[in-house]
Design a protein around this ligand. Structure first.
Ligand code: FAD
Ligand code: SF4
Length: 512
């Protein structure tokens, strides 16, 4: 008898096909409080995962599969953790074979390794299959990486496009250019009218999970307003809706932010892709089909494909490749930033309007789009010298799409440069001027993005110049020549004022 474990982020038939599933297999799914209790997760995130798991289990049952769905969530049985539940299932089904998708979370891998080292399970034949959804298998990525002195996402992305033929015209990139970022940096027009996000009325299953999750202590946010697709059918509709309604403007406004718009033209599909409900390939294919039929411009299409085929894969593979026994993404702190994460990241109670607005969104929707993650939330933390791992825990707990392989390289690597440049070619830093150019947040703020000193000094601006001064002559300066160019206009008096103001701001960081 074979037991196939379906993890919460493995909700796709193709993962089962890759394991040669047949009608005699028992498909084990575990809703585990063990995972939920690890962090103060956003309630909507837990609702998403458990509702999607229950919905997938029901789909499988209707197709005739034998599903053993266990809820290791009885408060009286919390000591019965995730691995004990697997051990119970193996024993009850008299299973002598066990199979699962190679877990993406390192912690889950360790738990399973420990489980199958137990003497009473030595008779069980264990198999794990690699994830068929990556465009590049990890072993091939390692080959690509080996011997490269300074690997870059851009090189990986181009090589993948050449290899797969995605958006290629023979040997040339479609349209003659690899990158249309120059068309993709527009702020929203003055009278921007937000496009409403795709919403789904919660099913009975979702409502039941919402009621249960409401009762779990130690979690964050509310379940109210949960409207994310959890079934395959709704997920496909969400993808179609994105392609038809939002993709045409996606590229142009990819980096735009606005007080009245939490989602812009972004897809909000990452939570579904990361759980396996949608595959990256079907998202890319849908976008390519819109381009082929003349319904989406190349800058949007290339912009989206770069994110999925480029950044998403590069993050996963570089995260995996980083661990070598000595290097560890969970402890690295190349810039030695140790300031504790300000308490207002958990409440939104700050006078900085950009951060107040974006944090409010995260608390409400468990989501904010990429540029707000990078250039508002991450930018502030990097400039202020916040501990990158405290920031990582914050993102990991609160975002719908945050799973170890995705969140950690993005936060610790891309946004905080704490890996010393393993992922990013330069620190992503900017002053308040960038936020002012790309949003309307500064208009409603008590600070002034142009001021670096005085009562109205914008913390982004002061910390930005202070960051540049701190790194003006150290090895990081080589990566920031463009930014450092801006320092040439700062007089010795300005430099002193910046340093002093930054010290004062750091001292009262909790009340900024
Ligand atoms: C500080 C920080 C933390 C982040 N944390 C996460 C995270 O926990 N989980 C996560 O999936 N993404 C994360 N990202 C990447 C990116 O911000 C999100 O994937 C994106 O905002 C998801 O929203 P969307 O689906 O509406 O994106 P869209 O803009 O509509 O679509 C782009 C798609 O490309 C993929 N993608 C793009 N960039 C990345 C990237 N850098 N890493 C992984 N996937 C990418 C996503 O699947 C996303 O759906 C993070 C980025 C930063 C800067
Ligand atoms: S002035 Fe500074 S703190 Fe205020 S919204 Fe603009 S960038 Fe943010």
């Amino acid at each position: 008898m074979r037991l196939i474990l379906i993890l919460g982020d493995g909700l796709n038939h193709n993962f089962l096909k890759a394991q040669g599933v047949n009608a005699d297999d028992i498909l084990l799914m575990i809703e585990s409080l063990y995972f939920v209790k690890r962090k103060p997760y956003h309630r909507k995130k837990i609702v998403l995962v458990w509702s999607a798991m229950r919905t997938f289990a029901e789909e499988l049952r209707q197709e005739g599969y034998k599903v053993d769905y266990r809820r290791a969530d009885d408060p009286a049985r919390t000591e019965v953790g995730f691995t004990d539940t697997i051990a119970d299932a193996i024993s009850q089904h008299k299973a002598d074979k066990f199979s699962c998708l190679y877990p993406r979370e390192r912690g889950t891998r360790a738990l399973l390794r420990d489980l199958f080292n137990r003497p009473e399970l030595s008779h069980v034949e264990v198999a794990s299959v690699s994830d068929p959804f990556w465009y590049t298998p990890h072993a091939d990525f390692k080959k690509w990486l080996s011997g490269r002195k300074s690997p870059k996402m851009e090189d990986y992305y181009r090589d993948t496009r050449r290899r797969t033929g995605i958006l290629m015209n023979g040997k040339e990139p479609e349209g003659g250019e690899w990158n249309y970022d120059h068309d993709n940096r527009k702020p929203f027009p003055k009278k921007h009218v937000p496009a409403p996000p795709f919403c789904v009325e919660p099913s009975e299953t979702v409502l039941e999970v919402m009621r249960f999750v409401d009762g779990i202590e130690g979690l964050y946010g509310k379940t109210d307003g949960f409207a994310i697709p959890v079934s395959r059918k709704d997920a496909l509709e969400a993808l179609n809706d994105f392609v038809v309604r939002l993709l045409p403007n996606f590229g142009m406004y990819e980096d735009a932010m606005a007080q009245n718009d939490a989602f812009g033209y972004h897809s909000v599909l990452s939570p579904l892709i990361n759980l396996g409900i949608l595959s990256p390939q079907e998202c890319v294919d849908a976008v390519l089909a819109a381009y082929a039929s003349g319904n989406a411009p190349l800058n949007s299409v290339e912009g989206y494909i770069r994110q999925i085929v480029g950044w998403r894969e590069y993050m996963y593979h570089q995260f995996e490749a980083y661990f070598d026994g000595e290097r560890d993404y969970h402890t690295t702190n190349a810039l030695e930033h140790h300031t504790p994460l300000p308490g207002w990241y958990w409440t939104g109670k700050t006078e900085m309007n950009c951060l107040h607005t974006v944090i409010g969104r995260v608390l409400e929707h468990a989501y904010s789009h990429h540029i707000e993650r990078l250039m508002v939330l991450g930018n502030f933390a990097l400039l202020a010298g916040i501990d990158p791992h405290q920031l990582n825990d914050w993102f990991w707990a609160l975002y719908l799409d945050a799973y170890e392989w995705a969140v950690t390289p993005n936060v610790v690597g891309m946004s905080q440069f704490a890996d010393g440049g393993w992922i990013a070619t330069k620190p992503y830093v900017s002053s308040g001027a960038y936020i002012d150019r790309m949003s309307d947040y500064c208009k409603g703020c008590r600070y002034d993005p142009k001021q670096f000193t005085g009562e109205k000094a914008c913390p982004f601006t002061t910390f930005y110049w202070d960051f540049l001064l701190r790194h003006e002559t150290d090895p990081l300066s080589v990566r920031m020549t463009q930014n450092l160019f801006g320092l040439r206009n700062k007089t010795p008096e300005d430099r002193d004022l910046i340093r002093v103001t930054a010290i004062q701001m750091r001292e009262k960081i909790e009340t900024l």
